[in-house]
Ligand binder design. Sequence first.
Ligand code: IPE
Ligand code: IPE
Ligand code: MG
Ligand code: MG
Ligand code: MG
Length: 315
Amino acid sequence: MFDGFDDAGFGTEYLRHKENVEKYLYQVVPSFEIGGQKQLGEAIRYSLEAGGKRIRPVLALATCDLLGGDTDLAMPFAAAIELIHTYSLIHDDMPCMDDDDYRRGKPTCHRVYGEDMALLAGDSALNLAFEIMLEESLKYVDDAGIASRGLTAQGVHCSVLKAMEYIARASGCRGMAGGQAIDLSGTITNIDELKNLHSHKTGSLISAAVVSAAILCECEGDEFLALERYSDLIGLAFQVKDDILDKSGDFGKMGKEPGRDERKEKLTFVSLLGLDGAEGFLSELVGMAVESIAVFGGGAVFLESMARYIASRSA
Ligand code: IPE
Ligand code: IPE
Ligand code: MG
Ligand code: MG
Ligand code: MG
């Protein structure tokens, strides 16, 4: 996963967060006994457990660590973001959207379970995300729950709700889904419109991973603004790299077929700027992202490496 990327200690730390969130995620989907419902659970688990880099929850947990926050509080939110991301992939691959056959190295959910079940699997993964965030939030409705964690009532009530609202907005019509709609419409003609599309389609949810963790940690002022700017920059960078990989990536590493954007005549950073131009823009974004978190001194090393990893990844 990290071939050619050797920032000291980054891989180990990344895998630690990834394993923790996967342990949590894999017990979220219920098992059912009855026919269709049993298959629905299997379809959700199929896509969720197929793999994936888990970059969004890793970002959330790393932000929580940076701010000295409570991992147990951040975990359901980190996992919820991965569930929302997984739902978006299930739907994104369906014939009415990108019509793709492979995802995370396996046949897409609708290829295995049918379009009807894939639609429901996506819907249910989205719902599960809110179920686990709400379950966590309900722990703070009474003072005993709050005191047991050594937290202040006012702060926790507000921060869990604010974090959930941020995630809801980022994934809906004002964020990710809105960006996907712009993408489908094929109305993009220039670079500013493309930046706006990418920032919504992919940037919003990546950004929400960092910002929701910052909200949960009650981070404010310059540090909050720095994390917001960092998350916007890496969110955009992530989709620029996705466009580059679609042009020049390897099926074996990515687990999804390259060349789909060109075949669908999508306007991407590569089609607009060429491969070198897109790479140049990507390094610019990464440089700005690293600079944006200078306020943490040497403390944000992992997030700095994450920005570089996003640009160097091959999967
Ligand atoms: C793919 O996201 C879809 C985009 C938003 C570009 P990822 O590259 O994070 O996919 P997984 O989760 O690792 O499969
Ligand atoms: C990501 O864009 C869309 C989502 C928000 C799911 P793409 O359509 O480019 O993602 P891939 O390339 O299929 O992973
Ligand atoms: Mg798409
Ligand atoms: Mg797609
Ligand atoms: Mg793509």
